[in-house]
Design a protein around this ligand. Structure first.
Ligand SMILES: [Zn+2]
Length: 241
């Protein structure tokens, strides 16, 4: 990733960004997030010669957002140590890092009340984020499966499959074949927000659109869905390891 990083001066301050080519993009897009830093997405056929003009136009915006998210010099992948916190279903959990006792070879993460005890082998000590991600994916798979079963029962709508993976653009989706997919990072949100997304996707099993029928079905079982969507829009950047 670093190889493609470019540097530009905006208002006299350096800013790193990356150019990504996209076959699907129709227009130039500029994205700023903690995970990827500042990214300029160019449609496949757009020449790089537009960059100076583009940077003159988007520069101040990139500068402001990069500053706000702390990604002026590239993506910020947090690492965790004793004392860090991670939200699980909206509850802050305190991280505690311990050394693996002799005779054990596998790192593990265990939740004891609101403490996440990470017992790590030496090789994992510098990648606490990676270990936590694996743990969170497992928590998400269990939680979202159980929650989907509960809401499926209430709605009388049953998915053919539930997949929990990484979706950076959407929190959940429903395929025409009845497969529901969720982003694992959703389990960092409060439980009522997760419920609203699960109910939303299940309602798509009856209405494959966002029409009136869809919202009256969703609103009948989950009257707080608007508030949940709003919460996700506002806290989107914090649901990140
Ligand atoms: Zn939808």
């Amino acid at each position: 990733m670093d190889a493609h990083q470019e540097t530009v001066l905006i208002n006299g301050r350096p800013l790193k960004y990356r150019i990504r080519r996209s076959k699907r993009a129709r227009r130039v897009k500029v994205q700023v997030c903690r995970r990827d830093g500042v990214v300029v997405v160019l449609p496949w056929r757009t020449s790089r010669s537009i960059m100076p003009e583009l940077l003159a136009y988007w520069g101040p915006w990139m500068d402001e957002h990069a500053e706000k998210l702390g990604v002026r010099l590239g993506p910020q992948l947090k690492q965790y140590a004793s004392g860090s916190t991670v939200d699980i279903l909206g509850e802050p959990c305190l991280v505690e890092v311990r050394e693996l006792p002799p005779g054990r070879s596998r790192s593990r993460v265990e939740r004891v009340a609101n403490t996440l005890v990470m017992t790590l082998k030496p090789a994992d000590v510098f990648d606490t984020r990676g270990v936590l991600e694996k743990y969170l994916r497992r928590v998400a798979r269990n939680d979202l499966t159980t929650r989907t079963e509960y809401w499926a029962e209430r709605l009388g709508l049953y998915p053919s499959r539930v997949i929990v993976g990484e979706r950076t653009t959407r929190w959940g989706s429903c395929s025409p074949r009845g497969t529901l997919s969720f982003c694992y990072r959703l389990v960092m949100a409060p439980a009522h927000v997760v419920d609203a997304i699960v109910a939303h996707e299940l309602c798509h099993l009856r209405h494959m659109n966002h029409g009136k029928g869809f919202y009256s079905l969703l609103g009948a079982v989950c009257p707080w869905y608007r508030e949940a969507d709003q919460w996700l829009r506002e806290n989107h950047d914090d649901l990140m390891l």
